[in-house]
Design a protein around this ligand. Structure first.
Ligand code: ADP
Ligand code: MG
Length: 268
């Protein structure tokens, strides 16, 4: 069977819902499971890049140059200490996003770039910025699936409808086979009935799958980036690390169903 790569965009235009933490931690969990993993930092803040021990300010080649077409994606790839490869981002992406607005094929550029290197990887995770602009649309255009981290708090799901509208638009215009894996509850305090109720309401209102286990709230998650590693390295047996390991297995199972190419389906 031909090699098939799964690309997942981790998106939510709300900041601070653990998109970056999820991309880094799931990436490390997938590496532990023997997968070849590429992470793409698509946030001009460069939080993912920084949290994996790389100083964005010292980089010459980032995802920005790849999107502009002045660098090949393979040339921008770095290896991180937790074993994932990374296409980093830096603040220059803010200016580059502006520039892209007047370029043709701006929403397809990430997909075209990823296509060139996808065969080297089993799983590619894209860390989206906290907006629904051209960068996030580009990520949704490049991905097979989208995963939506969500904090189970009262008002945190107000933007979900808007995100789903954007996903719908991308499906209509650019990427008809994009699927929503579901919402991943993060910073979850399952002891409160409130958090449970919010999750149930979100699932029902938007008809979204809730991925389990939820990621528990823990200070350990804030500590890991300070040493450039993920919680899977800094607190390996912690329940937060274990939760991401479980979610990684769930994602492999959920995406494997889609892995057979239509042309090969008859042979299997
Ligand atoms: P986003 O990328 O959506 O803006 P981040 O991943 O940067 O969100 O997370 C925002 C903050 O929350 C960071 O300081 C991070 O360390 C912290 N954080 C992430 N996950 C958890 C968790 N499960 N429990 C507690 N804090 C968390
Ligand atoms: Mg982030």
């Amino acid at each position: 069977m031909a090699h098939v790569t799964t690309t997942i965009a981790v998106a939510n235009q709300k900041g601070g819902v653990a998109k970056t933490t999820t991309v880094a931690s799931l990436g490390a969990a997938l590496v532990e499971l023997g997968q070849r993993v590429l992470l793409v930092d698509l946030d001009p803040q460069g939080s993912l890049t920084f949290s994996l021990g790389i100083d964005p300010e010292e980089l010459d080649l980032t995802v920005g140059e790849v999107l502009l077409g002045t660098s090949q994606p393979a040339d921008a790839i770095l290896v991180t200490d937790d074993g994932m490869d990374l296409i980093p981002a830096s603040i220059t992406l803010t200016q580059i996003e502006e520039t892209l607005m007047s370029r043709t094929g701006r929403e397809q550029r990430l997909r075209v770039a990823i296509d060139k290197i996808a065969s080297e990887y089993d799983m590619i995770l894209i860390d989206c910025p906290p907006s629904l602009g051209v960068l996030t649309v580009g990520a949704l255009s490049a991905a097979h699936h989208v995963l939506i981290p969500l904090q189970a708090e009262t008002l945190s799901h107000r933007g979900v409808g808007q995100l789903l509208d954007t996903i719908y638009d991308v499906k209509q215009s650019i990427n008809s086979t994009l699927t929503i894996l579901g919402v991943l509850p993060t910073m979850y305090d399952g002891r409160t009935r409130h958090a449970q109720n919010v999750l149930a309401a979100i699932s029902e209102t938007y008809d979204l799958n809730v991925i389990e286990p939820a990621i528990p709230k823990s200070i350990r998650f804030a500590e890991a980036p300070a040493v450039g590693r993920t919680v899977l390295s800094t607190a390996s047996r912690h329940k937060g690390a274990e939760a991401y390991r479980e979610v990684a297995k769930v994602l492999i199972a959920a995406t494997a169903k889609k892995k057979v190419h239509p042309s090969e389906a008859s042979q299997t």
